[in-house]
Design a protein around this ligand. Structure first.
Ligand code: F6P
Length: 420
């Protein structure tokens, strides 16, 4: 079979290591140019395919591609853009296949979370129906760590490390001032519906009394009275209280503590601001001095403090996706399978996209302490290896050196334009 081109797109919220996955895809494809001629990347994700605005990664030097290993953000641009259901908007899928056909694209690597796996799955089905079968591979990425089947998701280990380290460091600050100043420190972390990132904050403490003293998980309905009672106890017993709160913390009726009222393309509520909601409760009810921080984008772009395990896994899933595609597998995603906790060992397998698409993996009850405010030993066993190891980027003049791509556009071939 003559070589075909590949299309690679980043999707959804980026991570500190999503570009390491891009590096894994591109470097591996470059070793098999008899089968994959060139890798085109979507400018701003899937939108780049629809609008025929693709980047020819072949125009980048080997060194520039290698530098993706230590560059956070999405090197080609990512998008929160959901292709509608086939019935609602068949035109979008048809356009995608039309572009793939025009550019001889026989491989599609979609690097994203649950929604993206659904898209990759649908593209694989419809491309067959349209008589231009495309080999479609989902490539996992999400700081939220909520994809099923895989033991963990690339992107999570680094955000987990950032949150654990920040909790530990900020706790030392609060502890040193608590007698005369701040008594409560609140760190807000991402994770949407799943409490994996919040749980990682728990790694900062080793024994009773260590910070964080309270973790607020989306999986545990928030009860104001219990929360305030615990804050008061901590301040009485330890002199201060450190709280890690997930942006997805919610009341028993399902309402988020911090629903901003806006929705993204996937219909997800825009979250953020829960730290201030919680801080206001502390001030109004307990009258304690507080500080709060919203880790926000800092946590998912903190490549300077990435987990070495995460970087390795991010590369490995990209590499495996290409290998699976070349071996004739389609509509699958490389998953990380843990084979041992101590020593931590893992390998890559493949799983059908149908088992992964649109499903969210929550923090299991056995990872949360009975009082609902902490993590168990089982959670520690799971989390600890994922944050292990340092993989510092090179520095120039005190700042991390990042990849500078040329991002040269592939010449459009179609006459029709598509507006998204
Ligand atoms: O991709 C997941 C995520 O990091 C969530 O944890 C968070 O709610 C969301 O992205 C924020 O993304 P956006 O940049 O689209 O607001």
């Amino acid at each position: 079979m003559p070589a075909m081109n590949a299309f690679y797109a980043q999707s959804g919220g980026v991570t500190a290591v999503i570009n390491a996955t891009a590096c894994g895809v591109i470097e591996t494809a470059r070793k098999h140019q008899n089968k994959i001629a060139r890798v085109y990347a979507g400018r701003n994700g899937i939108i780049g395919a629809l609008t025929e605005d693709m980047i020819d990664t072949d125009r980048e030097s080997a060194a520039a591609i290698k530098a993706l290993m230590h560059t956070p953000g999405g090197a080609f641009g990512s998008a929160r853009y959901k292709l509608k259901g086939l019935e609602e908007n068949r035109a979008e899928y048809e356009r995608l296949i039309e572009v793939f056909k025009a550019h001889n694209i026989g491989y599609f690597f979609y690097n994203g979370g649950n929604d993206s796996m659904d898209t990759a799955h649908k593209v694989s089905q419809i491309s067959k129906k349209m008589g231009f079968p495309v080999t479609c591979l989902g490539v996992p990425k999400t700081v939220d760590n909520d994809l099923p089947v895989t033991d963990n998701c690339p992107g999570f280990g680094s955000v987990a490390k950032y949150v654990a380290v920040s909790t530990q460091e900020a706790a030392l600050d609060v502890a040193s001032m608590a007698t005369t100043s701040t008594k409560v420190f609140i760190l807000e972390v991402m994770g949407r519906h799943a409490g994996w990132i919040a749980a990682a904050g728990g790694l900062a403490g080793k024994k009773e009394g260590d910070a964080p003293h309270i973790i607020l998980f989306p999986e545990v309905p928030f009860k104001k009275r219990d929360f305030l009672k615990r804050v008061r106890q901590c301040v009485r017993d330890y002199g201060f209280c450190v709280v890690v709160v997930s942006e997805g913390a919610r009341y028993a009726n399902g309402k988020f503590l911090a629903d901003q009222g806006t929705r993204d393309a996937f219909g997800h509520a825009q979250l953020g601001g829960v730290a201030s909601v919680v801080a206001t409760m502390v001030r109004d009810n307990l009258g304690l001095k507080y500080h709060y921080a919203i880790a926000d984008y800092l946590q998912r772009s903190a490549r300077h403090i990435a987990s070495a395990t995460d970087v390795k896994q991010a590369y490995a899933v990209g590499q495996a996706a290409v290998k699976f595609a070349l071996a004739g597998k389609s509509a699958v995603m490389p998953v990380i399978k843990r084979t041992s906790d101590k020593p931590y060992r893992w390998k890559i397998e493949s799983a059908p996209l149908g088992r992964i698409a649109n499903k969210e993996k929550m923090l299991p009850a056995r990872y949360i302490t009975k009082d609902g405010f902490g993590i168990t030993a089982a959670a520690r066993r799971y989390l600890e290896p994922l944050i292990r190891g340092e993989d510092y980027p090179p520095y120039v003049n005190g700042l991390p050196k990042v990849a500078k791509l040329r991002n040269v556009a592939v010449k459009p071939k179609l006459k029709t334009r598509f507006v998204v």
